[in-house]
Design a protein around this ligand. Structure first.
Ligand code: PLP
Length: 381
């Protein structure tokens, strides 16, 4: 017999979450998670699934029938996109201007694709001319790009230009909208995006666990006419169709509590209005950027492709970013993050997402950061 471990009751610290996700969860979403479970085939849950789909279409600005939450975090929705769209032998074009393009490459390879890249430095968006060149050279079947690159704080502008190039070459476009959905202007239909995926814990301010995915009919036709079955049983959309489509038959048990949470988070989006929500993110993030400039921290990404939901600021030369981040967490219960990959040590990453995108959070962050930087670099008299 093993002895029963003695573990304390759960009392997590109350943090202010201003990092790259998760963001602060709205109290209404937390309450929704405390409501009783019903079965995943309960008639009331079936109705609720329809509501979630309708709300998701609004957030994505799409009429796509195939708009569902995938069980799992953003990476699960990402893998569902690549695993279903990519067949063995396909050529898949991915970007190299941030961390998540590499994750795309890895998922596309596992799906049997051969990966080619369109390059831009970390901290810059893709240039449509380079995308055009990559298409002319490689004739890819699938093109993935990151709309909101959380590792660099760069928003990809010119999305319609990129999708036009891809469609002129009969390719499918997969957009990573994990850090843009519900926070930054995103128009899936108007921009002609074939497949977009997202996550809960960024601009939707929902706990991770049920992740938005939308596919056009054309993309879904491709999935349903694959020559080879999708290698993942769990993420196979031709199987999930049975549950989220008209049949409503069992595939796997939906993460019911997460679907409740997502529903409430999306209700908040609808109540606020999607455009008002994009504007709020811009406004609050602009006050963050201005306040950071006042304490000597410069925005890293150019204004032109600045991503309000994830602000990168340069770490001043004499400052140890790790120490600042630790002190903010330990002394202020405030989470921000450092740089990843090519930008490790060079930037702070400050999220301004969903329920975290509030003036009170920005003021708190600026005050805490100002104090912390002063301790870090005492001013000489
Ligand atoms: C967070 C994130 C992901 C992955 O989401 P997880 O929920 O961590 O699995 C993918 N792409 C981007 C751009 C992200 O910011």
């Amino acid at each position: 017999m093993l002895d029963a471990p003695e573990v304390e009751e759960l009392t997590p610290p109350v943090r202010t979450l201003m990092g790259p996700g998760p963001s602060d969860v709205h109290p209404r979403v937390l309450r929704a998670m405390g409501t009783p479970l019903v079965g995943h085939l309960d008639p009331t849950f079936i109705d609720l699934m329809d509501e979630v789909q309708e709300l998701l279409r609004y957030a994505f600005q799409t009429e796509n029938q195939w708009t569902i939450p995938i069980s799992g975090t953003g990476s699960a929705a990402m893998e569902a996109a690549f695993a279903n769209l990519v067949e063995p032998g396909d050529t898949v074009l991915v970007p190299t201007n941030g961390y998540f393009g590499y994750r795309m490459a890895s998922m596309a390879e596992r799906a049997g694709g051969s990966v080619v890249t369109v390059d831009a430095p970390w901290g810059k968006p893709l240039d449509p001319a380079d995308v055009q060149d990559a298409f002319d050279t490689h004739q890819p079947d699938v093109f993935g790009f990151v709309h909101a690159e959380t590792s660099t704080g760069v928003r990809q502008p010119n999305v319609s230009d990129l999708t036009a190039i891809a469609h002129a070459h009969d390719a499918f476009v997969i957009a990573d909208t994990v850090t843009s959905l519900g926070g930054v202007e995103l128009r899936v239909d108007a921009w002609d995006i074939d497949v977009a995926y997202s996550g809960g814990q960024k601009c939707l301010s929902c706990p991770p666990g049920a992740s938005p995915l939308t596919l056009s009919d054309r993309a879904m036709d491709r999935v349903l006419s694959r020559e080879n079955p999708v290698r993942s049983w769990y993420l196979d959309l031709s199987q999930l169709e049975g549950y989220w489509g008209d049949d409503r038959s069992y595939h796997h048990t939906a993460p019911i509590t997460n679907v409740y949470a997502l529903r409430e988070a999306l209700r908040l989006v609808a109540e606020e209005g999607i455009e008002a929500r994009w504007n709020r993110h811009r406004r609050v993030a602009q006050s963050l950027v201005d306040g950071l400039a006042d304490i000597g921290l410069e925005r890293y990404a150019d204004e032109e492709y600045w991503l309000p939901s994830l602000n990168t600021v340069s770490v001043p030369d004499h400052v140890d970013d790790g120490q600042i981040i630790d002190r903010l967490l330990n002394e202020y219960d405030l989470e921000i993050a450092g740089g990843l990959g090519d930008l490790a040590g060079d930037v702070f990453r400050i999220g301004c997402m969903g329920h975290s995108a509030r003036p009170a959070n920005v003021q708190y962050l600026l005050a805490a950061l100002d104090d912390t930087l002063e301790i870090e670099t005492p001013k000489t008299q």
